[in-house]
Design a protein around this ligand. Sequence first.
Ligand SMILES: Nc1ncnc2c1ncn2[C@@H]1O[C@H](COP(=O)(O)OP(=O)(O)O)[C@@H](O)[C@H]1O
Ligand SMILES: [Mg+2]
Length: 347
Amino acid sequence: MRPALWDVATDHIGAVRAIEVVMSATVLAKTLPLIADPRSAIRVVGTSKAWCAAVERAARVAATDVTTCLQGESGTGKEVIARFIHASSPRRHGPFIAINCAALPDELVESELFGFERGAFTSAQQPKPGQIELARGGVLFLDEITELTPSAQAKLLRVLQEHEFQRLGGTRVVSSDIRVIAATNRDLLQAVAQGGFRADLYYRVNVFDIRIPALRDRGDDVILLAENFLEDIARARGGRRCALTPLAAAGLRAHQWPGNARELRNVLERATIICSGAVIQAEDLSLDPAPAFSGNPTELKSVERSTIERVMNDMQGNISKAARTLGISRTQLYTRLRKYGFSQAPV
Ligand SMILES: Nc1ncnc2c1ncn2[C@@H]1O[C@H](COP(=O)(O)OP(=O)(O)O)[C@@H](O)[C@H]1O
Ligand SMILES: [Mg+2]
């Protein structure tokens, strides 16, 4: 006989297919009281084929305890899917802890993940558990995993292989009880080929991979998401829900969304402030039009060069921040800075 959770997951997939308009954990909870915790209310809005395929894979893997890797552009909903897996998994009553590996300074990443004992470094007056200990019984979501330092990668490998680790400055071996969900907006295999990401860790992290599609490849999901975001915004501000004119909706459909759902949300936040009478017109959207590509390869280079220049200026020459904003590694940024003849900026 199949285990009960697998039945639930299979039903869950059926439910995912059946719900035509908006899939939400709240809706699923009515159908499947067992699987989704209504308090978590994870909304995975979308009905496009590409999106449903990703949700279906997520629902399948949720029933297991397998390490999962979510790959997709920034803002596509990787964290949404990670939370959905957690809320639909046997670990749903345990914690969900999200760590952005790119946002942690190199010197802090290990103490944050693995914790430390008293005296591990000068300011370590008291022992402190790391996020791996705090996530016990739950899920640790490691966003932008390729940005982990080599030493943190080695320790994480031990957690995934042996389910154990040591706090910094400690000798005691602590056993871990977490499920890891990793995410990256880079191609993980390419990161391995370029030498920034350990091959052995790649195999441990990428046991089950889910590709999260870009918003531009998700057809009418743009409109479904927009309507959901407008509802959220109205609820948060306590006002009326704004409506989209057909021209505004067409504008949203035609846009390329390089920043995906996150960009859509920002565009709508702005539009709801400037529109009048709770109706959003096309001109309220202030979408940056993607310039038509002339077919000349030097044009692509000049776009890349000016984008790098602008981001480096915005980030006051901080390589790590600029690389993160551009969605590339520090090494890739250095290569491009050299290629375009920029003098090396201060870090
Ligand atoms: N399918 C979706 N349903 C509901 N909200 C979404 C969806 N996809 C993205 N969002 C929202 O868009 C924003 C960016 O999503 P996030 O999961 O943080 O993207 P990523 O982790 O890929 O950068 C968040 O505010 C999230 O709630
Ligand atoms: Mg994210």
